[in-house]
Design a protein around this ligand. Sequence first.
Ligand code: TUI
Length: 315
Amino acid sequence: MLRTPICDILGIRHPIFQGGMAWVATGELAAAVSAAGGLGIIGAGNAPPEVVAQEIRKVRERTDKPYGVNIYYLSPYVEELIKLVVSERVPVVTTGAGNPGKHLPALKTAGIKVIPVVASVSLAKRLARQGVDALIAEGMECGGHVGEISTMPLVPQVVKAVKVPVIAAGGIADGRGLAAALALGAAGVQMGTRFVCATECTVHPRFKEAIIKAGDRDTVVTGFPGHYVRVLKNKLTRQFEEMVSRQARPEELERLGAGRLRAAVVEGDVEFGSLMAGQVAAMINDIKPAAVIIEEIMQEAAEIITQMAKQVAKV
Ligand code: TUI
């Protein structure tokens, strides 16, 4: 049995969050993760509030366990989404790609646990002072939008800088990753790519297959200043790189990227879709139910920690 303070704060059995990935983290996936004792998180992405409300209903129909909604701060609907999560009394809100500071009073008054994703120590400190319940420190091994610091140096620095629990994200897909994150001082982990290959994840099967086939050097960070994303290499990333090398205008690059995540997730366009995935893609070799993913990780982490403690005892 491996419990950490985040389990008690949120009322979950296992210290495992499922990343709130835009287009990917639907109510079906979030419900499966929450029902299995982790924290399932709906990814609002750029979706309008009525779509997110439907995903919330899906979770509620399937489980009465705690779940979350991730609000992406570059969405045009941030204000409406804040109103939605407050009126729906969503138990947990995670945030990404921005600073949720100004919405903290409204969310806290509604009794919502607020857990922002940060990629730097400075934002972590500011948000901890403002009263967030926990933080997710995301290293640049992750898929999608990336910061500049890797998980191994980011997590201990954030842990040292704040008093609230820190969840490690980026580069974690198995029990070894959970044990390592706990060793860095984290109270749990968030995983995205591993849950893309959950049975309950509704992405196109070709997206899942692309992750399963990926090797250690098959992701690349592309994009433009202020919006770098890690994706699986394909024809889209090669075209993007060719345009960058001939110094194409940012508008041209933006046009090339528009709608590409939807194309990957919904249509299974593995050639010209944006296949957002982390470096752990190379470590994922199968599709299995979220509950099995979680049970195996918990088991493996407990075995590693027990083994390590024995090694210490021997000396
Ligand atoms: O947000 C993510 N990951 C993402 S966003 C995304 S792109 C997307 N595309 C279409 C529709 C919707 C979304 C793909 N992956 N991760 C969380 C994260 N947040 N990582 C880093 C940050 C971050 C960056 C800067 C958090 C705060 C921040 O603060 C800036 C400031 O204002 O201080």
